[in-house]
Ligand binder design. Structure first.
Ligand code: ZN
Length: 389
């Protein structure tokens, strides 16, 4: 998928030119840049200086993006979406290309606060938002056209301060898991090995893309043995962008998405395992089941291996944001750390990691009373528990 509004290449400190002028203008409009406006007069000479770098990092921090000071595709698009305030434009459902922006997120938050279930607050005007908006419109007696125009803006601002409901999406997600029952049988898990094809990911002596594909295959085999179905988003030769990976999981109607990566850092001391789920601290909103599953993976991996515990964190990366089911990204060690790299190059260690991930999946669907201690679930036991063998 390509975007109208995009950057040709990543921009970072030291760059100059019209694209930098536009980035600075966007940061200035968000109040993140002092004196950004005077740069507009002479866009051609705009400079990505230390102040711009700081502003980009602050913005990335606020939005749950990777904080690196670099304006790549995701940061640029998020900057572009951030300019919309509710009431700036008419909001409606566009099937082929969803409207995206802070105004959509505000609308969703207000609908949720009033108890109209529009799914989660992701800033994308999809079918659930449209349905919830219609429901709201019917309730307040205005034409239920699913379009958020002047009449609806007025009704929203009059009502949303006075009515506060629950968090329907959080409740619905948890209920879906409870209803799913204690087995993995019939579950569809999408395994997403990062990178691939021409995109090798972090390379060192080991190649990230090949390594996570190997891990995904080991997890796939074990999940299949428990009676669930597992699909990989890619083969060994190709690569997809994050949005296509999310679309694949959505089209497949998956129950769970597990994205696999290994990390790298300029400091060889950096080491350990971290997990990420959909969430945005600024909006105070996150995927409840995603956070729970991330925590389960984190605990199983750290109980079964001596990888350092780098904990789980909320992020708004496309794969986490655009998937309609709980999704977790796992960064299993650092290729730039000699200890982690040595561990990852051992197939037996990769088997242990695969078992940890499968145990976390099983634990997610176990009823609370039947939970075994972390690190104790074994794969043969999983097979019999699921009734698949
Ligand atoms: Zn990666």
């Amino acid at each position: 998928m390509s975007f109208e509004r995009s950057v040709q290449r990543p921009y970072r400190r030291g760059d100059a030119g019209p694209a930098v002028a536009e980035i600075r203008a966007k940061l200035a409009r968000l109040g993140l840049l002092e004196g950004g406006a005077d740069q507009l007069a002479d866009g051609g000479s705009a400079y990505f200086d230390a102040e711009t770098d700081r502003a980009v990092r602050t913005f990335q921090q606020q939005r749950g993006l990777t904080v690196d000071g670099v304006v790549g595709v995701t940061t640029y698009r998020t900057l572009d979406e951030a300019r919309w305030r509710i009431g700036d434009r008419i909001l409606f459902f566009v099937p082929a290309r969803l409207q995206a922006g802070d105004d959509v997120a505000t609308l969703q938050q207000r609908l949720l606060d009033m108890g109209f279930d529009c799914g989660r607050v992701d800033g994308l005007f999809g079918t659930e938002t449209q349905l919830a908006l219609r429901e709201f419109q019917r309730n307040v007696g205005i034409p239920a056209d699913g379009t958020c125009g002047p009449t609806t803006f007025k009704a929203l601002s009059q009502l949303s301060r006075t009515v506060v409901g629950g968090r329907p999406h959080a409740m619905r997600e948890s209920e879906a898991i409870n209803r799913a029952g204690p087995t993995l049988s019939g579950k569809l898990v999408i395994l997403d090995p990062g990178h691939g094809g021409g995109d090798a990911g972090h390379g060192h002596t080991l190649n990230e893309g090949a390594l996570v594909h190997d891990l995904a295959s080991r997890i796939e085999g074990r999940l299949t043995a428990t009676g669930s179905s597992a699909f990989l988003t890619r083969g060994t030769e190709n690569s997809l962008d994050e949005i296509d990976r999310a679309n694949f999981a959505n089209a497949a109607g998956a129950d769970l998405v597990i994205s696999l990566h290994v990390d790298a850092h300029t400091n060889p001391e950096a080491a350990g395992c971290a997990t990420f789920y959909y969430g945005n601290d600024r909006l105070g909103h996150h995927s409840v089941v995603g956070a729970h599953f991330a925590d389960l993976v984190q605990r199983e991996v750290c109980a079964r291996t001596d990888l350092r515990d780098c904990r789980s964190h909320p992020k708004t990366w496309d794969l986490l944001r655009r998937t309609r089911m709980p999704a977790v990204r796992i960064e299993l060690g650092y290729l730039t750390n000699p200890g982690d790299a040595a561990r990852l190059s051992d197939p037996a260690f990769r088997d242990t990691l695969a078992e940890a991930v499968v145990a976390a999946v099983q634990r997610l669907y176990l009823p609370p009373g039947e939970d075994a201690d972390t690190g104790l679930l074994r794969i043969p036991a999983l097979g019999s528990a699921s009734g698949a063998r």
